[in-house]
Design a protein around this ligand. Structure first.
Ligand code: GLU
Length: 299
């Protein structure tokens, strides 16, 4: 499928903490179908920054599964592990401008001093005034303010969050020296000139933090489309790290069709016989309004 436009750049960014499963396939299908429908480019990035959670071999297996399912990405695969210098540069810029500060609180300290929030304990800014002297490992936190961050998600509609009150100053570099997801994703999307982010609704509450980081780092903010999460029989998000079962590689077309139905999409031709035919039809029929109706009925 050819790339005809450069004003849409989308991406799929799986973490290689396990094999591709139905939940991540749903996100991949939404993101690729949206890019195809918009005549955009679509990039594949492997989010392998969180090295302790990387499952050996899973990145290769994810890439192999995606290829077997007919996904086609533009250019070389991007790897977070090859971008450590860019993350470091961004966190130093934030530290230099006093927009971020070192924090020596342990997980236990944080539990004792913080109110619980929807995204975990709301850090009350205890280390904001610490001079950073002394030994020991420390995380780097972003200093938040009480401005309301709002954005319009293409499926879930208007969203707003006061980051300081609802999340608190958040970690951009962890005490183990790894760049935190929130910062890495923003740097990556800027490096790849991503214009449209399509991903799972579990990241809806992270989006204001990422928009705030884009503002501070002077990056363009992408447009967001969050897709409903596939849940297991107990109503829990299907997650790679829970060893959720990998997809059956022998039935790629039926896996794609199930993901399509899960996304509340219009009926496809009945006689599709291959992933390639699926994508031709999906490119044509992809409907964000249908997804939005479905998304709003699932929350
Ligand atoms: N790597 C993240 C995940 O697999 C997704 C990052 C993103 O789409 O922003 O959940």
């Amino acid at each position: 499928m050819s790339i005809t436009s450069t004003d849409y750049v989308g991406r799929f960014a799986p973490s290689p903490s396990g094999d591709l499963h139905f939940g991540s396939l749903v996100t991949a299908v939404a993101s690729f179908a949206d890019a195809l429908h918009e005549n955009g480019q679509w990039i594949l990035r492997i989010d392998d920054i969180d090295t302790p959670r990387v499952a050996p071999g899973s990145a290769d297996r994810i890439v192999h599964s995606l290829a077997g399912l007919g996904f086609e990405w533009a250019g070389a695969i991007r790897w977070q592990s090859q971008r450590l210098a860019a993350y470091e540069e961004a966190s130093l810029a934030l530290l230099d401008q006093q927009l971020a500060y070192p924090c020596r609180c342990s997980r236990r300290d944080i539990e004792l001093i913080s109110e619980p929030g929807r995204e975990g304990p709301i850090y009350p800014g205890t280390c904001r005034l610490w001079n950073g002297l002394g030994d020991g490992q420390r995380a780097i936190r972003l200093r938040t303010d009480s401005a309301l961050i709002s954005f319009t998600d293409r499926a879930f509609g208007r969203q707003q969050q006061n980051i300081e009150h609802e999340v608190g100053d958040f970690v951009i570099r962890r005490a183990d020296n790894l760049t935190a997801y929130q910062l890495a994703v923003v740097v990556d999307d800027a490096l790849d000139r991503i214009t449209h982010v399509v991903r799972g609704a579990d990241l809806l509450l992270s989006t204001p933090r990422q928009i705030y980081l884009c503002e501070l780092l002077d990056y363009e903010t992408p447009v967001y489309l969050h897709v409903p999460l596939a849940k297991d029989a107990n109503g829990k998000k299907i997650s790679k790290s829970d060893n959720a079962s990998a997809l059956n590689a022998r039935e790629p077309l039926s896996a794609l069709q199930s993901a399509w139905r899960f996304l509340g999409q219009p009926a496809l031709d009945r006689d599709l016989s291959s992933p390639a035919e699926f994508w031709v039809d999906a490119r044509d029929k992809w409907s964000v309004p249908a997804l939005a109706t479905h998304a709003q009925n699932t929350v």
